[in-house]
Design a protein around this ligand. Sequence first.
Ligand code: HMG
Length: 444
Amino acid sequence: MTVGIDAMAIHAGKLRLDLAETFAPAMDESPEKYTEGLGLHASSFPDVHEDIVTMGANAAHQLMERKGLEPADIGRIDVATESAFDNSKPVSTYIAGCLEKVFEDDFHHANKGERKFACISGTQSLDDAYNWIRAGRNRGRSALVIATDTALYARGDAGEATQGAGAVAMLIGEDPDLVELSVEQGFGSADETDFLKPNQQFPSVDGKRSVQVYLARMREALEDYESVAGRVHPDDFRFGPFHTPFPGMVRKAAMLAYRHLTRDTEIEDELEPELGRQPHPDEFDDESAYHDAVREYMDALKGTDQYRAWYDRTIEPTLDIARHVGNWYTGSVHVARLSALRRAREDRLDAAGERLLVGSYGSGAQAEIHTETVQENWDEELAALDIDDQLEARRDISFEEYEAIHDAHNHAKDDEFEALTTPSGEFVRDGQGPMNERTYRYVE
Ligand code: HMG
């Protein structure tokens, strides 16, 4: 039995903040810090009437309509988010409630839940759906996995540069049309306090440390994956979609991955005349000398034709969308997968049968590596997506509008704000009910 992702849809927050032209000057920073350093041009933001429920429901609605599905076809709805507003009632119940406004049938026999482990919970929800199907408990039905977040940081936090908002809906089923998931997985997991939200809306972040923790856990996950799947060679996979808090992060991870994957291969032999052999810890008297040697090797490796060609072919295409939307937390690695496949389509690549090495990550902290195999109908699935139209249709906001929108989504502020866009054919948030529940409606 093959199990994997049958179809995907996204919903991007309807506002767009230009980081180089609007945000950088207001912060008195150089635009190149964003476009070159972090690798970001713009962030998506939710308008006043959007939140994790509306974005998730809009993505799921589009997906179900496109695939001609009815609620009875769905046996599970799992929502992955780190922006939840309720410690008891899961976001999936709200999303199912929204969808029941537009479908005749209901989801009363679907198992609903919510997954939490920072950004990695989107991938963990894929796992849950995969296991449910492989266990034969799905009664022929598919699972809906929705990764939805408003990734906002406190005003003035360094993370403000990497914000974003959007949802990714994924249909998990048997004989999938998009990608098959591997049985093999690798994990790197440790108790870390690099990024957390202890009952607070905006995260406490140690940004610089979070970068190091990401790299350490990702390396462990790759080693763990290799312990079950065998050694991975850089040419074994066509694309490497990684969790992308900002593209500069993936640039660092790709560099480390390439060094690891080329060790003791013909590529290391080929590079030896230029760079020497890779440093090994047992060749050094102390740790800092070893680290200096590694840094020197990596600096030189970065400039080689071999690395540049591999990076441009395998990693760069995964970053196309992230550059224009920022961090979508739980959805981020799934946006990276879409981005790679979208580029494959643009380049008319015959991608069926190609493999993806997928690296997910969540602060706190855990990384997971698995592989995916692109399926025969991938091209048709990609053709049906409206990513470019959605990104193009976003309304550009000024810095003053950004400040108001940030306030509008700040739970500690209860001022009324005017929406900047006019909803059409979408779910919107329309208020608060008597038990403090959020209320929603569908706008034709
Ligand atoms: P910062 O202090 O704003 O930026 O923090 P910086 O000074 O470190 O500059 C960023 C990069 O731009 C640097 O590149 C600079 O050199 C470069 P690097 O040296 O690192 O390669 N730069 C320039 N380049 C060209 N021209 C210029 C220029 N100026 C600077 N003029 C930081 C950046 C990422 C720490 C901050 O934005 C932050 O705290 N972000 C939030 C945390 C984060 O995203 N961490 C990533 C790993 S953890 C993760 O991925 C999990 C997460 O998604 C949450 C979850 O799992 O739930 C966040």
